[in-house]
Design a protein around this ligand. Structure first.
Ligand SMILES: [Zn+2]
Length: 240
C-alpha cells in the first residue's frame, strides 16, 4: 500500500460516477482564482456551487482530497481537447491556490510546486496519462479560462518529469501561414477554428497557446516567434 503523504480529506458532494470504461488519461491543472484557500475549499465543497476538483494544494503545500480519483469531479466545464468534450470524465483535476487574474496572479511558491510534483507523480503512476496530456484549464477552455495562468512554471514541472517543455529553437522553416498554424494547433489538441484570418476564437486559441508555451509573449497574434513555437511544440508532441 502506497503512502498517502499526509493528504487531508475534505470531501465534496460535487461529483458523480465516471462513465463505464472511461480511461483516465488527462491531468488538468487549475488555479483557484480566489482570495484564500479556505474560500476556495468552501466553494469547491458547496453543493450549490456544483464545482469541485479531485485535489487542492495550498500555497504551503498542504494537499486536500475532495473527490476520489475513481469518480468524476466537476472542474473543466465546457471544454474540448482533440475533439473530446467530456474532459471531466477522462481527467484528474488539481486546483492550485492562487488569487489569479481577478485578484492578482502571483508566483506559485516552492512548497506548492513541490507538493504538486509529488502528487502528480503518484497520479501518473496510477493512470495512463501521457506527458502531452498534462494540460492547463486554459488549453481546454480558451474562450473562458486563463488558469493556471502565465506565472505557472510548466518548464519546472516538465523538468520534474511531468508534462513536456520543448526547447525554444530557431528554425529556418518558413513560418506557417495563418490557416496552417490553426491546423497545427488543432493537431496539438486545441479547438482551433479553420480560418485563414484572425477571428475572436483564433485569438483566444493563440493566447491560450502563448500562456502555456511562451508565457512572456502574450500578444494573441501569430508573430514569427509564435509561429516558430507552434512548430516546435507540434513536432515535440507528435513525436510522443
Ligand atoms: Zn480552472
Amino acid at each position: 500500500m502506497e503512502k498517502t503523504d499526509n493528504i487531508i480529506e475534505r470531501p465534496s458532494p460535487n461529483q458523480d460516477a465516471r462513465p463505464d470504461g472511461t480511461v483516465i488519461d488527462i491531468l488538468l491543472l487549475h488555479y483557484t482564482g480566489m482570495q484564500s484557500a479556505e474560500a476556495a475549499l468552501d466553494r469547491l465543497t458547496d453543493p450549490d456551487a456544483k464545482v469541485s476538483a479531485h485535489y487542492l494544494i495550498d500555497e504551503y503545500g498542504h494537499c486536500y482530497r475532495m473527490v476520489d480519483e475513481t469518480r468524476r469531479a466537476w472542474h473543466a466545464g465546457v471544454a474540448s481537447w482533440h475533439g473530446v468534450t467530456d474532459i471531466n470524465a477522462r481527467s484528474i483535476g488539481i486546483e492550485l491556490v492562487n488569487p489569479g487574474h481577478q485578484f492578482g496572479c502571483r508566483p506559485f511558491p516552492n512548497a506548492q510546486m513541490h507538493s504538486l510534483t509529488r502528487l502528480s507523480t503518484a497520479i501518473i503512476s496510477r493512470h495512463p496519462i501521457p506527458p502531452a496530456r498534462v494540460l492547463a484549464h486554459s488549453d481546454v477552455a480558451p474562450d473562458r479560462k486563463e488558469d493556471p495562468g502565465e506565472l505557472f512554471d510548466w518548464q519546472r514541472l516538465a523538468a520534474s518529469g511531468i508534462g513536456v517543455w520543448p526547447a525554444y529553437r530557431a528554425t529556418t522553416d518558413d513560418p506557417p501561414a495563418f490557416s496552417e498554424a490553426m491546423q497545427l494547433l488543432s493537431e496539438i489538441g486545441y479547438a482551433a477554428p479553420e480560418t485563414a484570418v484572425m477571428t475572436g476564437a483564433a485569438r483566444n486559441i493563440l493566447l491560450a497557446f502563448q500562456r502555456r508555451w511562451m508565457p512572456r509573449d502574450l500578444t494573441g497574434a501569430l508573430t514569427p516567434e509564435t509561429a516558430a513555437r507552434i512548430r516546435s511544440v507540434h513536432s515535440e508532441l507528435m513525436r510522443g
